[in-house]
Design a protein around this ligand. Structure first.
Ligand SMILES: Nc1ncnc2c1ncn2[C@@H]1O[C@H](COP(=O)(O)OP(=O)(O)OP(=O)(O)O)[C@@H](O)[C@H]1O
Length: 606
């Protein structure tokens, strides 16, 4: 069992979510009190019923049942009041807990959107997902089932204990001894169960992660004919989960019958000892009615303990889940101290920067890197002392071997990661001073991984500019050469795409991604050319779409096609985090260095 969970703190934080429902919670408490009181009152009434109504009737030649009937009706009304209170309090608790779960999921997602990419680098996606599924689920169960039950148990125990003490102290001590034995058993077996429940949660995470990974890689699995292999691997993980949850539930299920038996033993002990005390005359106040009432009370005292004992483990596991959820919520969000914002103007000068002092500077699109160094993990330097300038409207092509640092350059420009040394300037303004959302709005990106979202084709294009009109959407599609294929789709712009954009070819997805970037109309573009080969006709279309997109903008392109490279104003050859050669195509050919070798060797840089 992880010891680092501060249960007290986590519980307090969880309780804070009840604040908006304080009146409802008060009502629940009141209703719980009523149902607990009903069990006590009905037990006391039992005593009255036996001692004052039933016993006097025994042996009576002409019994009159009228008063007895009246008493029975009152008892029925008391029971009904208890049942209705329990019903309403459960309904209320379900509504409250469902609202709290929704609130937690919303908050979790909102905070996740603010996390830096760095967070997702070190966390498996399945792991993050499990916060929304496993952890929220166990918490849900705890809030809906366990918490109300524990609440009502505590209230019942206090009320019942008071009444038992009032009726008879020696018999109360016997019941307390029985309850003590039950608590001891719960602690012993419960600790074992909790350990196994933790392991079960871990296994669920592993199985979920595996399913997610295999679904993602289904194509690769089939291409390599590894279906049997992954099925076996899954069976092993699933087997592990089965054993862990079977053991956990075995312990948890053992608790309930054990405690029920202890409760029955206590009941029998109270009956025998109480009877003996009454018959021997040792305790004059013990009437037949008060023994019956006491027996009923002892049941009301021990049964809830037996019932909640099997839930103690779930409770602890849910608290651990809550702790994990809170840890994710407390992750340091992306920092942003930028005060310079972006402002949209008229058609001639569409953008300008609004500086800290409120003055406006027209956006030009000049980008400078000054002695920039960077490392993802603080150990391995990925970029070293990098200096470059892109004048407004210039196209810069980055080429170089895989892992040279080309994508990293664009990641830094976007401020997906912060640089450790040097400075990046946008129109002479350090990008640290620019508000992140505005910086990113001014940079259009077309990545290799096009990632289309669930929705219509038009929705996906409009993702770049949510307020765009239908005409603007179509214009962007025409400009990027996507219009042709879209118009041939069964529902045209209204054709629905599923989450991964399946149903479209790679080339078509790329054309849509270009249209999506085009509609945003940003002054600076970052393009990561696709390396995957598409048919030559589509490739020509994609290329032409890209060319249209590049018109009149400053462009950083991670180039894999010779035509792109040749059309660039400057080519930067990267090698292990450094720019080793720079110039235009002819200059670099003359240099007879790396570029020359790449050019004369292959025409595509991977
Ligand atoms: N998120 C990350 N966390 C840690 N290291 C990373 C991360 N992303 C990239 N790297 C490392 O940084 C180096 C540069 O990667 P980068 O993606 O910039 O190369 P690249 O030139 O774009 O390669 P490719 O052409 O294959 O896309 C590589 O050694 C890579 O292992």
């Amino acid at each position: 069992m992880p010891n680092d969970i501060s249960y007290g703190k986590t519980t307090l934080r969880l309780l804070a979510y009840f604040k908006p429902f304080k009146f409802k919670v008060l009502l629940v408490l009141l209703l719980v009190l009523v149902s607990s009181a009903v069990s006590v009152v009905s037990a006391a009434f039992l005593r009255l019923l036996i001692d004052d109504f039933i016993v006097p009737l025994i042996g009576n030649q002409n019994p009159v049942f009228h008063a007895l009937l009246q008493a029975l009706v009152i008892l029925a009304v008391i029971y009904l009041a208890g049942t209705i209170s329990t019903f309403i309090s459960k309904r209320l608790m379900i509504t409250i807990s469902q609202r709290i779960m929704k609130h937690i999921r919303d908050e979790l997602f909102r905070r996740m959107q603010k996390l830096p990419l760095r967070y997702f680098d070190r966390k498996a996606h399945g792991d993050v997902m499990s916060h929304y599924t496993n952890d929220v689920d166990t918490l849900n169960m705890m809030l809906t089932d366990s918490l109300p039950q524990i609440l009502s148990t505590v209230v019942t125990l206090i009320v019942v204990l008071g009444t038992m003490l009032y009726i008879d102290i020696p018999l109360t001590i016997i019941v307390l001894l029985g309850a003590g034995a039950m608590l001891w058993t719960t602690k012993k077996i419960g600790t074992q169960a909790t350990d196994h429940f933790f392991q079960q949660q871990e296994s669920i995470g592993v199985v979920d992660g595996y399913i997610e990974e295999m679904m993602h890689g289904q194509k690769v699995v089939q291409v390599f004919g590894r279906e049997e292999h992954v099925t076996q691997q899954f069976a092993r993980l699933n087997d592990d989960l089965f054993h862990r949850s079977a053991t956990a539930n075995k312990y948890a299920n053992l608790l309930m019958p054990l405690n029920e038996n202890l409760a029955t033993l206590t009941y029998v002990a109270v009956a025998i000892i109480g009877g003996a005390m009454a018959i021997s005359g040792w305790d004059q106040s013990l009437t037949l009615g008060s023994i019956a009432a006491f027996l009923s009370l002892s049941r009301s005292f021990t049964m809830p303990i037996a019932e909640i004992s099997s839930q103690v483990s779930m409770f602890v596991v849910a608290l651990a889940g809550a702790k994990r959820i809170f840890t994710l919520m407390d992750e340091q969000p992306e920092e942003d101290h930028g005060l310079v914002t972006l402002q949209k103007n008229d058609a001639d000068h569409p953008w300008s920067w609004k500086l800290e002092d409120g003055s406006l500077v027209p956006l030009q699109g000049k980008i400078e890197f000054k002695q920039v160094s960077f490392s993802y993990d603080g150990k391995k330097q990925v970029l070293i002392d990098m200096t470059l300038t892109a004048q407004p409207g210039q196209k810069l092509a980055f080429v170089g071997a895989t892992g040279a640092g080309k994508t990293t350059v664009t990641n830094l420009l976007n401020r997906f990661y912060e640089i450790s040394d040097g400075e990046i300037l946008y129109d002479g303004i350090s990008i640290q001073r620019i508000r992140k959302a505005d910086l990113r709005r001014s940079l259009g990106i077309v990545l290799q991984d096009t990632h289309l979202f669930t929705g219509t084709v038009a929705d996906n294009i409009r993702y770049g500019h949510l307020e765009a009109s239908d005409e603007q959407v179509m214009q962007a599609a025409r400009m990027s050469h996507a219009a042709n294929f879209i118009e041939r789709l069964p529902d045209g712009y209204d054709t629905r795409l599923d989450g991964s954009g399946n149903g479209l070819s790679q080339g078509q997805s790329q054309l849509l991604a270009i249209a999506r970037a085009a509609i945003a109309n940003p002054p600076v573009m970052i393009l990561d050319e696709a390396t995957s080969s598409i048919d030559t006709r589509t490739e020509a279309l994609v290329q032409s779409g890209m060319d249209n997109l590049m018109q009149g903008r400053t462009v950083f392109v991670i180039a894999h096609r010779l035509s792109t490279v040749r059309n660039s104003d400057a080519i930067l050859v990267m090698e292990q985090g450094r720019i080793t050669e720079r110039g235009d195509h002819d200059e670099l050919i003359q240099l007879k260095g790396n570029y020359y070798q790449l050019y004369t060797g292959v025409f595509e840089w991977q």
